[in-house]
Design a protein around this ligand. Sequence first.
Ligand SMILES: [Zn+2]
Ligand SMILES: [Zn+2]
Length: 214
Amino acid sequence: MSHTLNSLNSQSSADATFTININSIKINQTIDIVGDHLQNPWILSILNEINDLEASSADASSSSPSLRVELSLSKHFGRDSEISGIPEYFIVQGNAEINYWSSCIRCLDPVSRQLYIDINACFVHQQLQNKPEYQEETIAFIENQERELYFINDNLIDIKEFLHEQIRLSIDDFPLHSDECKGLCQVCGENLNHKCCSHHQANHHQTTVGPEVS
Ligand SMILES: [Zn+2]
Ligand SMILES: [Zn+2]
């Protein structure tokens, strides 16, 4: 009851998308969504949005950015489930592994990051969004597990948008290349990890400048 969407259509541009029409899936059917940035333009497009291109090209010896995705999407009929009213729901679970580059927030040096993300979500029909019991919900308890709650728009599950959000929520918004990073001199812009400038030789906390001594 399972088939793999391994070779998806080869859109090449940044606006490559990947959506699944819920009516194309049978109850209890499972679809495997397995791929990476090399095979799948929509995965490459997510990677390009997360990865800081300038940072990754600044260090040629670095590991190259990558994104690998392993998801399964299954359709269920929830007569016995906790979802009231609309019986159909869709479970998306699996993992993603991303290698990407960003810039240290203090010194702007490239920072290489690796992230493994567990994914466990449930998509329910859009109409449920208006029900009071769903209005504030972001987590649903379905099939004995807590799953992140998502809503289906126009019979489509937007896998790309979903995955992009999952990764965005997991990445470090304030990366430091090291906890000890000394940052840049606020006066002359010197990277203080590599060099000491005249503004920092006498007093590390000095922020105002006297006459320049050379
Ligand atoms: Zn730094
Ligand atoms: Zn300085």
